[in-house]
Ligand binder design. Structure first.
Ligand code: KIV
Ligand code: ZN
Length: 507
């Protein structure tokens, strides 16, 4: 049967304790609701013995929590901390006391200055004491025990397992295995997790809590789940001591991608990440997986092509998820640099709601690349300027000079052809017809109008008040079809200029 992960959020405790300005009660209340909206299973709300502020916050949050989400508080493995923690959660509907001590040989010797036997006794005594106090209170409170620096316990894992058996007998129902400092390979940690899982009774919940010192915490946590750990301790945006804790967003999405059943409301991830960044005053770095501003940007031509072709699909050519899964809408970004290609031009111009064909984007690409070589990424406006200047103004053998009405259906057309001045009176059912008739009379009669379209424009972007675009399609005798485009303040002039832009491509 497939297991469902138990998401244990530690943003308000491990995340909070590493902030330059830890959160006050009001802030914690606000963040608690945000975390709860993700539908996590448990929230560690603080460390009551760490300060009066944290005690008061823990008490208020515990009193207020509905019971749908388990609330947990941290305590060192001694009576003073445990009493404070229990006082903070005594009125909660559903709570947990989370106590810890290290079993790492290095830490026991150099920091605690105690023998392993003394540490084991301290741990077992603490859990026994907590259990007897909870029994007296007759409250819905369970006990989690953490082996601080579990990741450093490779050499004394038999001692750890033996002591943990005693600890579960004393009343701990969740055993948390932290990689308090990430030093080694994920697989080294996971082998240790498996040893504990195999040794303890099946009803004991195995939890992992991985710090991200080497940047592998997500991998370690995800693989620990598949190795038998059900509870996953994570922090929103990967907050936490030093390089942080395991990033909640990454773990949730990685499990989702690997077909694990989740209760998490993934669609809230992005919005929550932005809130947490604001509340913690810690920016989401540009390349942060899933939530970074650059995490959905494509700049190489090959990637852009694949990304655009699979844009609306759940499985994207160059992204791990459909961004809508985490509530990121319209955030997939195509940026044009010297590494980019025609598909990017096409997509950017289309997104700006201007007409363009692939042929036109191929024509524009070398100009855009050249500009990007010196400038770096081009802005949308720079690309639009190129479009107006190069596509709507094609240079060639014809140069349009003027087109003036004389009377209804009769126009005076003036242009040059290979530098030679040409002038004619054109007649027709409208300006386009009159212009083409005039050209035919001058001998340019081997091209035909296929269709024409007009668009109104945002004159701010098109410049000089231009607000009309004409699209004229013309075909020569061999069947070659080209599109001429032009913009102007007058649609009549836009039409005629577009005809000349088409002619410059055909002749
Ligand atoms: O990193 C750690 O070991 C901890 C424990 C207190 C669980 O945060
Ligand atoms: Zn920690």
């Amino acid at each position: 049967m497939q297991r469902t992960p138990f998401f244990y959020d530690i943003t308000l405790r491990d995340g909070n304790q590493s902030l330059k300005k830890p959160w006050n009660l009001e802030e914690k209340l606000f963040i608690f609701d945000k975390i709860a909206s993700l539908k996590v299973d448990a929230i560690e709300i603080g460390f009551p013995a760490s300060s009066q502020l944290d005690f008061d916050s823990c008490k208020a949050l515990a009193d207020r929590a509905s019971g749908d989400i388990l609330v947990s508080v941290l305590a060192r493995a001694h009576k003073g901390d445990i009493d404070k923690a229990l006082l903070a959660i005594k009125d909660a509907k559903r709570a947990r006391l989370h106590t810890f001590i290290t079993f790492s040989p290095f830490h026991m010797k150099n920091v605690l200055n105690k023998t392993p036997e003394e540490v084991a006794k301290t741990a077992i005594d603490a859990v026994t004491y907590a259990k007897s106090e909870i029994d007296k209170m007759n409250k819905n409170i369970d006990i989690e025990f953490s082996v601080e620096h579990f990741g450093d316990c490779g050499e004394n894992i038999d001692f750890v397992v033996k002591t943990l058996k005693e600890i579960t007998k004393a009343g701990a129902t969740t055993i948390n295995l932290p990689n308090t400092v990430e030093r080694y390979r994920p697989s080294v940690f996971i082998e240790l997790v498996k040893k504990v899982k195999e040794a303890l009774d099946d009803n004991i919940i195995i939890s992992v809590h991985n710090h991200n010192d080497l940047g592998m915490a997500t991998a370690t946590t995800v693989e620990s789940f598949f190795a038998g750990a059900t509870q996953l301790e994570c922090c929103l945006n990967g907050l936490g001591e030093r390089a942080g804790n395991t990033d909640f967003n990454q773990v949730a999405v990685a499990l989702y991608n690997n077909k694990v059943d989740l209760k998490i409301d993934l669609e809230k991830i992005y919005e929550t990440a932005l809130t947490i960044s604001q509340m913690s005053r810690i920016k989401i770095y540009e390349k942060a997986p899933l939530i970074g501003p650059e995490a959905l940007a494509h700049r190489s031509g090959i990637h852009q092509d694949g990304a655009i072709k699979t844009k609306d699909m759940d499985f994207g050519a160059y992204r791990p998820i459909n961004p809508a899964l985490i509530g990121r809408y319209d955030d997939e970004k195509i940026g044009f640099t010297s590494q980019s290609g025609k598909t990017a031009i096409y997509d950017i111009i289309k997104a700006l709601k201007y007409p363009i064909t692939i042929k036109e984007s191929i024509y524009l690409t070398p100009y855009a690349k050249k500009l990007a070589e010196s400038k770096g990424e081009l802005s949308e406006n720079e690309i639009l300027d190129l479009y107006f200047n190069k596509i709507c103004n094609i240079e060639g053998v014809f140069e349009f000079i003027s087109f003036k009405p004389i009377e209804k259906g009769i126009f005076d057309l003036f242009f040059t052809y290979k530098g030679e001045r040409k002038q004619i009176i054109g007649k027709g059912n409208g300006p386009i017809d009159a212009c083409i008739n005039g050209l035919n009379k001058l001998g340019f009669n081997d091209v035909k109008l296929s269709y024409y379209k007009q668009y109104s424009l945002d004159s701010d972007k098109a410049g000089s008040g231009a607000n009309a675009m004409s699209e004229i399609s013309m075909t020569d005798e061999k069947g070659n079809e080209v599109i001429g485009r032009a913009i102007d303040t007058s649609i009549v002039h836009a039409n005629v200029k577009a005809i000349f832009n088409a002619l410059n491509q055909l002749y």
